[in-house]
Design a binder for this molecule. Structure first.
Ligand SMILES: *Cc1c(COP(=O)(O)O)cnc(C)c1O
Length: 405
């Protein structure tokens, strides 16, 4: 079979229609450059949705996967393995956590976090303390439990009965949480910055207020750091930027630098309730995934890389500001580190997708977060030259969208 024997049309023939992929099919990539079937080159400001923290095919990750692939791929959790133990040690040493559980994705990490919170409440306070409070506009994954926790009914409706005792407050609105929380609340789950929901950071007052309310009602605070974690905001985890410590933290996306892995971090006191046999996964913490994550960790968790993220954020902001000064298309540039959102102004309401499509035509991959936010989540080590070239292309895309109006 030749390379071109599969095309975008093949997708419609043999794949379920739950995705609507763009026309070009990437076949190869290096750093922040991607090439499609026709050999056309793109600059990648999408990072595989905040996953490829070291860009594509980083030599250290390639070496880690090559080395581990010749030793041991998978044994199941009947046995433990060295890469998983080493990754757990790294995460425990670098965070508030005493204990770690590994799985394969963000949804699975949140599923584990929510199950653990329920178990902890049942064990300590009885069956009645079961309420989970999440926030509208948030995103926690696509299992039925996590999609119900996520605040978007368009994702959670139409699948029959939902898991119960989940309520939604309004993000960055402490009063709305105060109105719902009580002694029946077992956990509050939140993203420190809404990712899919629009690249909206929590205010410091809000996140501190949520912590205080959780303490008052003996509810666990779960930070979903699937998108914000592992260096994305210039901190290993974003809770460190706020100085507000959660009880359970979920992590995935960048953790594996492109290889699927997720996990939760928690304390001894809480973690001990996930007793032997209460939860599990066949692949979770497999040696191959953990070997890649260990290599990614050793690069990301350094002062050089973390402070470099802040410098790159400034470059992104300056470029976006410069383009906006010329074309007046954005009302706000928000976010932190290399998770940034350009909010389209009233004149371009609902057009984020058009900016993304126009960028693709100019050879730049970016993302959206809802109808009004163009989202950027590039490699955390993206070359400044690639940033400049990417924005030269993005400026052309913006000019096209403006001219088409
Ligand atoms: C992407 C994401 C998830 C889901 O992760 P998957 O790996 O797709 O299951 C959960 N929470 C947040 C905040 C995310 O951005």
């Amino acid at each position: 079979m030749s390379e071109q024997s599969v095309t975008r049309a093949t997708f419609n023939e043999v794949m379920l229609p739950n995705y609507a992929p763009l026309e070009m099919i990437p076949v190869r990539a290096q750093g922040s450059h991607v090439w499609d079937q026709a050999g056309r080159e793109y600059i990648d400001f999408s990072g595989g949705i905040a996953v490829n923290c070291l860009g594509h095919c980083h030599p250290d990750l390639v070496a880690a996967i090559q080395e581990q692939s010749q030793k041991l791929w998978h044994v199941s959790n009947i046995w433990t393995n060295e890469p998983a133990l080493e990754l757990a040690q790294r995460l425990v040493n670098a965070t508030f956590a005493d204990k770690v559980f590994f799985c394969n994705s963000g949804a699975e990490a949140n599923e584990a976090a929510l199950k653990l919170a329920r178990r902890y409440a049942v064990d300590n306070y009885g069956e009645d303390k079961d309420q989970i409070i999440a926030f509208k506009q948030s995103f926690h994954g696509r299992t039925l439990f996590t999609v119900t926790a996520g605040g978007q009914t368009s994702y959670s409706d139409g699948f029959g009965p939902k898991p119960g005792a989940i309520d939604h407050a309004i993000y960055n609105d402490l009063e709305s949480l105060e109105a719902l929380i009580s002694d029946k609340t077992c956990a509050v789950i939140m993203e420190p910055m809404l990712g899919e929901g629009g690249v909206t950071p929590a205010t410091k007052a809000f996140i501190e207020g949520v912590r205080a309310l959780c303490d008052k009602y003996n509810a666990l605070l779960i930070f979903d750091e699937v998108q914000t974690g592992f260096g994305r905001t210039g901190y290993l985890y974003m809770y460190q930027a706020y100085g507000v410590v959660p009880d359970i933290l979920s992590t995935a996306k960048s953790l594996g630098g492109g290889f699927p892995i997720g996990g939760i971090l928690t304390t001894d006191e809480i973690g001990k309730h996930l007793k032997f046999g209460t939860h599990g996964t066949t692949y979770g913490g497999n040696p191959l995934a953990c070997a890649v994550a260990n290599a990614a960790f050793d690069i990301i968790n350094t002062d050089a890389v973390l402070s470099g993220i802040e410098q790159r954020e400034q470059m992104f902001r300056e470029h976006l500001q410069g383009i906006n000064d010329k074309y007046q298309v954005f009302s706000e540039i928000r976010g932190q580190g290399l998770l940034l959102g350009a909010v389209v102004n009233e004149a371009h309401q609902g057009q984020a997708r058009e900016f993304m499509a126009a960028a693709m035509e100019q050879g730049l991959m970016c993302l959206v977060a809802g109808a009004d936010v163009v989202r950027f989540a590039p490699a955390l080590v993206i070359d400044p030259q690639d940033i400049a070239e990417g924005f030269a292309r993005f400026e052309k895309a913006v000019a096209r969208v403006v001219a088409a109006d």
